[in-house]
Design a protein around this ligand. Sequence first.
Ligand code: AOF
Ligand code: ZN
Length: 337
Amino acid sequence: MNTASKLSPMNLALNAAWEYQLLTFPNPAVGAVCIGESGEILSIGVHKEAGGPHAEVYALRDAYMLLSGDRTLIDCDDSSLIHMYLREHHNGCFKSISMAVTLEPCAHHGKTPSCAMLMRDLGIKKISISCKDPNPKATGGSALLMEAGVECEMDVLSHEGTNLLAPFNAWQVRPFVFFKWAQRLDGTVDGGIISSTASREHVHNLRDKCDLIVIGGSTVRTDRPTLDARLVNGKAPDILIYSHTTDFDQSIPLFGIEGRRVFIEPTLDRIKSYRLVMIEGGALMMKATHEICDWYLGYIAPKIGGGMTTIGQNQEDFEVMSARIQEDIILWMKIKG
Ligand code: AOF
Ligand code: ZN
């Protein structure tokens, strides 16, 4: 059954954006959908990395290709080129098209040109927006579109949109901290590799964007981890080993990576000088970092057996903000409240 067709356009935009959550650092995760005259979904676009095309630009590119049959832009990821090409060739094909976007389209020219100006110039009919852009340099897109006669609906699924935008809001003023763990269906977290290759690549992509990983001393001693991003050829972030004792076997691979700094400290204060921080560890680390964790990222592998220890000494009630089923189940969560 194709459940995607039952979701609202804004839900589709939100789901698409969650796939790139934190990977767009320091930009926000954003999703955008183009909708045809009869309410049919034409395209779904997502912002994939800072410096790349914004979500709206991918959605407009793909809708244009569908409506016009012109496939010239099919492999184009150059935002300025897509803007220029669409302006030149749209031939009025967007005049009955609506869009749903998780974030107000940008009104400024940053690393890429303004989405709101492009949407205005293409003659989009209507736009639904979940959240205003908190970035003072980029905001103003909704006003610009309304002035141009585009119908604007604000605050659509605003709770969900605000959740999606939380890391971006944090980065303006403070670090954003999340706790990541992997478990089997029986709750065990030990006994070797648990997650699928795809999940581990996702973690490595996240490590590549993080500037600090925090890990407990006992995990370092038992797992002897590397904590780099080798599966995606990414960078190895700095490490804070949260420990009261400093005697670690220096042949543990995480110590041997050039260009990375490793701190061994009995407090978590170091986190304050970073912006995107991942905490890796088990039950004790989860408890120790309860006060400073914004979010929890859980990978649940469809397996039982092979481990002894669970993360269940803790008691937490989570709100699931995004649940994705791949080979593993991937849950983005925050403490309920
Ligand atoms: C959008 N759609 O998909 C995103 C937006 O340097 P730039 O050109 O990439 O602009 C980055 C700013 O644009 C970012 O700080 C945020 O305010 C907004 N992000 N806007 O219309 C998107 N990612
Ligand atoms: Zn934009």
